[in-house]
Structures are given as structure tokens and as C-alpha cells.
Design a protein around this ligand. Structure first.
Ligand code: 6PG
Length: 223
């Protein structure tokens, strides 16, 4: 089931998404697995979450995907998640093992598979309709198991990513979409279920789409 939330601007998105995530963490009685994306949209949302009073000891944060670069590289998703959320909260964080060869993504998949629950994945959407590091036409979309390597059409090209099947194990997803470069893509994905973002979300029971007015544009047809 898809729910669409239209937000006036990025400030409203930060407030609404952080509150929604917090509500789910508070409502959960046991362990809570939170999968976080990289990219530029979510960092202030993670920083806002870190300011809230939440039972972080029950939460495990994992990565939806990673660019295969060391954490000292400005492109590192893990570094962004650490500085915005992990350092301030002390939450348990499983990062992709980028210090080793890409074959170690299998090991990451094993760690993820062993988690007790798959509660919430925060996803983004690229202007080409990708989500996680599942890019249109890439073999990563066909991969079995929990984690795989992927190839992005932009730098850094080498990626580690949860697979389509792993992402679909999550009970819920929130998709965060901001920026005028996403308006045309939203229209395309409304009409075509083949884009990776649709393939992932169509297999998740509850999906909340948070879309700023800048991304929605004048008219969008939702699904
Ligand atoms: C990454 C991602 C990726 C991201 C989208 C949207 O590492 O790049 O996790 O899937 O979520 O590219 O990124 P923006 O939110 O920055 O547009």
C-alpha cells in the first residue's frame, strides 16, 4: 500500500520524516532494524533524529547501500550516517566492509540476514529511477541473496547494495524525494513499474512517499 505525503519544503520534510521514524521506533516493543540510504537528501533528517529522545539501545542501523570508498572519502555513505546519527546516539551500526575486497559484500549480507527483524528502510530515488544502488539495467537487480555489488553509471561506480529481495523483506519503507530534478522521474515511475524504485517498493507492504513540492512540480500522477 502506497501513501503519498506532499511537503511544502525541505524543512517540513525533515520534521515530518524524523517524527514518523521516531514514532515507529517508540511503538516497537523489541529490537528495531533501521536501514539507511546515502545521498544528499537524508543527512539533515538523520541529524534531526539524533536530537530526539529515543530508545537507541533497541535499534540497529544498517546501510541500504554504499559507494566502495573508504570512510575518509567525501562520497562515503557510512561516514555521513556516522557523523549525522551514530556519533551522537551511540546506536549500533553495521557498515559495509569497504576496507576489504567487494567479495566481502556477501559477509555483509550474512550479518543482515541474521538480524531479528526488518522494520524500516529509508530509501531515496535517483533521477534515473534507481534506489539503493540498484540502477536501471544493472545486473545487481537480478542478484540473489541479501547483499551484492553493483555498478553505478556515475562515480564512484563500484557499489555495495542490499538486493531487491532483501529490501522487500522490510515491513515498511519511506521514500524521500526532494529536488526539481525528480519531477519528470516521478511522472515516469507512475507510468512504468519497471524502474528499480517501483520494483523495490511494489514488493513492500507499506510504503510512505515523502515528496517535497519542489520535486512534485505542478502536477504529478501518483499510483
Ligand atoms: C546513494 C544512495 C542512492 C540515493 C539516491 C537519491 O548512495 O547514492 O543511497 O540510492 O538514495 O541516489 O539520492 P539523493 O537523495 O541525494 O537525491
Amino acid at each position: 500500500m502506497n501513501h503519498f505525503h506532499l511537503l511544502a519544503d525541505k524543512a517540513e520534510m525533515i520534521h515530518v520524516v524524523a517524527s514518523s521514524v521516531a514514532e515507529l521506533i517508540r511503538a516497537a516493543e523489541g529490537p528495531f532494524t533501521l536501514a539507511l540510504s546515502g545521498g544528499s537528501t537524508p543527512e539533515p533528517i538523520y541529524a534531526r533524529l539524533a536530537e530526539l529522545d529515543l530508545p537507541w539501545e533497541r535499534v540497529t542501523v544498517i546501510q541500504v547501500d554504499e559507494r566502495w570508498v573508504p570512510e575518509t572519502d567525501p562520497a562515503s555513505n557510512a561516514a555521513m550516517i556516522r557523523r549525522s546519527l551514530v556519533v551522537a546516539t551511540g546506536v549500533k551500526f553495521l557498515a559495509f566492509p569497504v576496507h576489504g575486497p567487494t567479495s566481502q559484500v556477501q559477509e555483509y549480507g550474512e550479518w543482515v540476514a541474521a538480524l531479528p527483524s526488518f522494520d524500516l528502510a529509508l530509501l531515496g530515488m535517483g533521477a534515473d529511477g534507481h534506489t539503493a544502488s540498484l540502477f536501471p539495467g544493472d545486473a545487481a537487480l537480478q542478484a540473489d541473496g541479501w547483499a551484492t555489488t553493483g555498478t553505478a553509471p556515475v562515480q564512484p561506480q563500484t557499489r555495495g547494495t542490499l538486493t531487491l529481495g532483501a529490501l522487500q523483506r522490510f515491513e515498511r519503507a519511506m521514500v524521500l524525494i526532494d529536488g526539481a530534478d525528480k519531477t519528470e522521474t516521478l511522472q515516469k515511475i507512475a507510468a512504468d513499474k519497471g524502474f528499480p524504485i517501483r520494483r523495490v517498493t511494489d514488493g513492500i507492504a507499506q510504503v510512505d512517499w515523502f515528496i517535497t513540492q519542489a520535486a512534485a512540480g505542478k502536477t504529478i500522477q501518483l499510483f
